[in-house]
Design a protein around this ligand. Structure first.
Ligand SMILES: [Zn+2]
Ligand SMILES: [Zn+2]
Length: 143
């Protein structure tokens, strides 16, 4: 399975590794305060793949986020942020942190999520679409 991986990465200590087949289905910066706290960075870039396209070595720790459908993943040994899942995103996508990729320069960002929460000293002149909240459509609430 390693042989067909188009993108690879993992945490800082190597306990968690992933191989992703194909190109990302979506990749967007997130400026929200939840991501800021979880990653420690002023903004992060989440790179989405279908969950079925990812092969894992090791099992990330995870916890549910502020919205019940969202879950964050990190390495339980070194603490590196790894991924973000949201059950309300259709098609079972997982979003991997840009910092976890072996070759992050090969990822092409496609937009900015939660532009409304962007810090004033973080500036972009990339011409990418800016979304006030989510950049990826969510399923309608089912409750
Ligand atoms: Zn680690
Ligand atoms: Zn966010």
């Amino acid at each position: 399975m390693e042989l067909t991986a188009d993108h690879k990465g993992g945490c800082a200590c190597g306990a968690i590794r992933f191989s992703a087949e194909g190109e990302p289905v979506w990749a967007a910066y997130c400026h929200c305060s939840d991501c800021r706290q979880a990653t420690g960075a002023p903004v992060t870039l989440w790179v989405g793949f279908r969950a079925a396209a990812i092969v894992w070595t090791g099992t990330p720790e995870s916890r549910s986020g502020s919205s019940g459908d969202a879950k964050r993943q990190w390495c339980g040994r070194c603490g590196s942020p790894i991924g973000y899942l949201d059950a309300s995103i259709p098609d079972n996508e997982i979003y991997l942190a840009i910092g976890a990729f072996d070759e992050p320069q090969r990822i092409a960002p496609k937009g900015h999520a939660f532009w409304s929460a962007k810090l004033p000293f973080v500036t972009f002149d990339d011409g990418l679409p800016r979304y006030e909240t989510f950049s990826r459509a969510r399923k309608a609430a089912t409750n």
